[in-house]
Write a protein that binds this ligand. Sequence first.
Ligand code: PLP
Length: 449
Amino acid sequence: TTEALRALDQAHHLHPFTDVGAYQKSGGRIVTRGEHIYFYDSEGSKVLDGMSGLWCCNLGYSQPKIVEAIHEQLQVLPFYNNFFQCSNDMAVKMAEAMAQVTPEHLNHVFFTNSGSEANDTNIKIVHRYYQILGKPEKKHFIARNNAYHGSTVAASSLSGMTFMHDQYTGIDYVHHIQQPYYFGEGGDLTPEEFGLQAARELEKKIEELGEDKVAAFIAEPIQGAGGVIIPPDTYWPEIQRICNEHDILLISDEVICGFGRTGSWFGCQTYGFKPDLMTFAKAVTNGFQALGGVMISDKIAEVLAQGKGDFAHGMTYSGHPVACAAGLATLDILRSQHTIENMAKEIGPYFEQRWKSLEDHPIVGEARAKNMVAALELVKHKGSKERLAPNAAASIVCRDQAIKEGLLVRAVGEAMVCAPPIVCSKQDIDTIIERMFRALDYTAKQYLR
Ligand code: PLP
C-alpha cells in the first residue's frame, strides 16, 4: 500500500537535496509508472511531467526501442569493463556515435556514470593536459554563481550554489563570476550591453588571477538548475573571444542542454561557440540507464597521447555495455526520426510562444524560453520586480498547486522552471500552459487578497 511504501521510504531512504528530518516526518509521493509524457503515483494520480524526469527523459517514458536494446544487451554481455587493454563492443560503438553527433572537433570520449563524475573528469583531464604541456601552475577553474555542475566534491566546488559550499569543504582552485541573469541583475542596461558586461567578468577574473594560472572556464550554455538563465545573444561570442585571447580552455556543461533541449543537438551549437571539452549525461540514454561522459577535442587528445604513463582515472562502470546500448538506441531514435530538427521547427517555437504568453498573468514578471526549456519569474507588481513573499515561499505554493492541477514544474528560488519532453504535441503544450495558468491564479489569490 502507499502507506507502507511511504513508511519504508521515511525509515530507510535518504533523498538527494532534501531536508532529512523534515522528509522523515512528511514522506513523499511514490511514483510507480511512466507513460509517454506522464507519470503515475501509487495513489493513482496522473501527472504531466514538465521536468522530463530530472531533465533527462527528453523522449518521454514510452520508448520500447531503448528498452529492447537494454534487454538484448543484458542477455549478450551484461558487463565488461574497459580496463586491462580491453574495450567492450557497445562502448566502442557509442564512442563513435558520440563523435558523430557532437561538433566536428570533438572526437574522443571518456565515459562516466553521471554528470558529476564527468565534471570531475574534466578537472583531471585539464590538469593532465597542462602538466604534459609543462604548465602545471595553470590549474585554476572559473565557473559561475549559482551554477550546478554536480554533487561530488570537485563538481560541487565547480557549482556556484553557495548553500552547497556551506556544507562541504571543496577544492580551493575554483572561482565564481556573475551569471548572465538579465531579469535579476541587468539593471538599466539593454540585454546586449548586459551580456557583454557579464561576459567581461570572466576577463576581469582571469586578469585578477593571472592568465598563466587559469586553466579553464566551465559553464552551461543555458544555466538550468540555477533557474534557466538564458543569456543575451552577446554573451557567448564574448566568452569565446576571451577564452581564445587568454588561452583558457572552454568547457560546455551540456548535461541539461544536450540532446535537443535548446533546439540544436547541443547548446554550444545553439549559441555558436566551440568548447574544448563538453560534459554530457542525462538524456544521452533518455534517462533509462546511468551514463555520462566528457567529449574531448582533437587538440586536447593529441596532448594527452603524449603523456607518459597512465591517465590515473576511471570507474568500474565507465562505458558500461548496457548503458552504452541504451545510449546507442537513444541516438538512433534521435537521428533516424530527426526528432531534434523537427522539434526545433515546430514544437520548440510553439512552446516558446505559449510559455511567453504567461507574461500576461499579473504575477509573472518575465516568462522566458528557448525551445523546450523555460522559466518564469513570480512578482507582486509587474515592472517593480517586487517579490510576492519572502524566502521564495510563493514559488513553493505555485509548484504544489501545479501538481494538484496535474503538472510537475520545479520551483527554483523565485522562478518556476519547466523543461517538458521534446516529443510533446501542441495539445500537450496547451495542457501545460492551462495548468500553469491555473497554478498562477491560485498563487496570486494566496498573496494578493
Ligand atoms: N551538470 C549539470 C548542468 C547538471 O544539471 C547536473 C545535474 O543536474 C550535473 C552536471 C550533474 O549530473 P548528475 O546528477 O548526473 O551527476
